[in-house]
Design a protein. Structure first.
Length: 282
């Protein structure tokens, strides 16, 4: 499928909501420790689209996800998910973190069903839905295991199931695979592509790995240094379903070159901004 046909199909089939971020500015800390993490950020993600935020460490990517999740309040600007303005945490958004957030004293099945339990869903329904989600992430047979008995990759599969079970309009993923070894990471990326093919929700994915961003995304937003905003956007022209075979293609290499060039341009622009600020304050 071409990129446009792919996007149109995603919008048609997706239970995901569009994410619209306008003029977002977020500051963290107070007083002398105040850090302007995000400034005047505009970004729109269509329903059913997977968009990666790619940028240097510490630029403010997690802060953007935290703002969309409603964990931090913006100083200025607005965030709308599925037509509803974000005013705080809520069920329309589900977050997968780099570190496991599973409850160690609960079995895999009960961890996955926990969100439904909080909503008062009866046990039988919960168990059925949890088993279905565990099968989706390839973990049938591990229902009664405890998180400590699982590998890092398996725990992240449970995290994905745990988030998807409540059917959020957008899934926020904050470097979910960066603590995994290279091989497990690749198989998790393939798993995510497969899950995303079946549950075509909206995904906002934070990474600083260029290959990962290209492999997974419909579009990559290249972030500037702090205060963070979108410096450039690159469409990824691979249709779906996609396989690891695309990684060796010339087209993949060309997109990677464009990402690297854009990141280099941003580094040069940031150095220039820094020099100007130093001159102004001298
Ligand atoms: N509570 C806080 N008070 C002050 N500064 C903070 C606070 N939390 C984070 N920061 C700073 O805000 C900036 C943005 O942090 P953020 O975690 O959003 O960046 P990031 O791009 O996700 O980084 P990484 O890729 O390393 O995870 C960083 O420079 C960080 O040091």
């Amino acid at each position: 499928m071409t990129l446009d046909a792919n996007r149109a199909a995603a919008r048609r089939e997706s239970p995901g909501g569009a994410v619209e971020i306008r003029g977002l500015s977020v500051a963290l800390g107070t007083g002398a420790r105040r850090v302007e993490a995000v400034r005047d950020l505009d970004l729109r993600v269509e329903g059913g689209e997977l968009v990666s935020l790619l940028g240097p460490s510490g630029c403010g990517k997690s802060t953007i996800l935290n703002a969309v999740a409603g964990y931090v309040a913006p100083e200025r600007g607005s965030i709308v998910v599925g037509g509803e303005r974000v005013e705080g945490p809520g069920p329309s958004r589900g977050m997968v973190f780099q570190q496991s957030s599973l409850l160690p004293w609960k079995t895999v099945l009960n961890n996955v069903g926990f969100g439904l339990k909080m909503r008062g869903v009866p046990e039988r329904e919960r168990r059925e839905a949890s088993r279905r989600l565990l099968s989706l992430v390839g973990l049938s047979g591990f229902e009664d295991a405890y998180p400590a008995q699982l590998s890092g990759g398996m725990r992240q599969r449970v995290e994905i199931a745990r988030v998807l079970i409540t059917e959020p309009r957008v899934v926020l993923m904050d470097e979910p695979f960066s603590a995994l070894d290279a091989q497990t990471r690749l198989s998790m990326q393939e798993l995510l592509l497969d899950v995303f093919r079946q549950v075509r929700t909206t995904v906002l994915f934070v990474t600083h790995d260029i290959d990962e961003a290209i492999f997974l995304s419909d579009r990559i937003a290249l972030m500037t240094r702090r205060p963070c905003r979108v410096g450039a956007e690159i469409a990824v022209p691979f249709g779906r379903p996609r396989t690891a075979a695309i990684v060796g293609s010339g087209e993949f290499a060309a997109i990677k070159r464009r990402c690297l060039e854009a990141l280099r341009d941003e580094r040069a622009a940031a150095a220039h901004r820094h020099d100007l600020e130093a001159q102004t304050s001298a």
